[in-house]
Design a protein around this ligand. Structure first.
Ligand code: ZN
Length: 307
């Protein structure tokens, strides 16, 4: 083959790979990042919700509907996280669209089910990297089914991703273990951290419950203030996708510092960097979600100078 022909085939090869990228629409930034991590160059992912957007309250726009109908495959979180989109998902499914909940294969025995609403398991499963691995495998399976030529790449990406999750988990656990055992209580705006707490050994108190759709009753606020005083909790936290008003009020009433802003249901801005000790991350990725949260909690809850 002549040099020119070789160059031409490289250009065409590159072009055809580009043209063949699977058009994916994901609902939340966390789901979009997961699909991108497994799909690599073979997928072109659009996220409906950007940084700081609350999925419980999000209503799809006319533009979203157009994006969804043009997608070759749609990934959403499921477990009623996207509380206002359930009817739309059902309609898209009836129309025969390729639409998948990434949480579909999570075994029910892994669910955290709140006593007050037994029919609604807590959807915030990304707080536990082991469960996020199961979601990654679901994404891999769907991509392999739709694009069998990419199978090797998807399987390899998933294996690598699972290994990275194990590493982040071990690192995060070591950081949380530095907190004095009696103070391992994470107080935030809403119950987004129950799986995170179970995975990393923290008791979790969310003032607003599982969804952000309702306000916290006064009795709950008083209970949290008492808890902070009794246990001498060093810090409480606001969330990037939820109004900070209640946490600020509790902070004043209990005389406790706000230890920082955690990412709960959305990732941070893509390209924005963070780091702590030996680790660094991009806030627009799952590693950034975890890294930012565990380092923020650790810095606020562990007295400086403690090992
Ligand atoms: Zn939430």
């Amino acid at each position: 083959m002549s040099l020119i022909a070789t160059a031409l085939s490289v250009v065409l090869g590159g072009f055809s790979a580009q043209a063949a990228a699977l058009k994916v629409v994901a609902t939340t930034s966390l789901v979009a990042d997961l699909v991108q991590s497994i799909g690599g160059d073979r997928v072109a992912v659009t996220s409906l919700m950007g940084p700081g957007v609350d999925p419980h309250l999000y209503k799809p726009t006319a533009g979203d509907i157009i994006k969804l109908t043009r997608a070759e495959v749609i990934f959403y979180h499921g477990m009623a996280l996207e509380g206002k989109m359930g009817d739309l998902f059902a309609r898209l499914s009836r129309q025969g669209r390729s639409i998948h909940a990434i949480t579909q294969n999570l075994p029910p025995e892994e669910w955290i089910v709140p006593e007050e609403s037994p029919q609604h398991p807590d959807p915030h499963v990304w707080g536990d990297p082991r469960l996020w691995k199961t979601c990654a495998l679901k994404v891999q399976q769907v991509l392999v089914q739709l694009d069998p030529e990419g199978k090797e790449l998807y399987v390899a990406a998933n294996q690598q991703y699972a290994q990275r999750l194990e590493e982040w988990m071990a690192w995060g656990k070591a950081l949380m273990d530095r907190i004095e055992p009696s103070k391992r209580i994470l107080i935030t705006s809403h119950d987004a951290f129950n799986y995170f707490g179970r995975a990393f050994g923290l008791k979790v108190v969310g003032v607003q419950g599982i969804s952000t759709a309702s306000e916290a009753p006064l009795a709950d606020i008083i209970h949290v203030v008492d808890l902070i005083r009794e246990q001498s909790i060093p810090a409480i936290f606001v969330e990037s996708s939820v109004s900070p008003a209640i946490i600020r009020r509790i902070s004043e009433d209990a005389g406790v510092q706000v230890g920082g802003e955690l990412f709960s249901d959305a990732l941070g801005a893509s390209g924005e960097k963070g780091s702590f000790e030996s680790r660094s991350w991009d806030l627009g990725t799952y590693a950034g979600w975890l890294g930012h949260n565990v380092s923020t909690i650790s810095q606020a809850m562990v007295p400086s100078g403690a090992p």
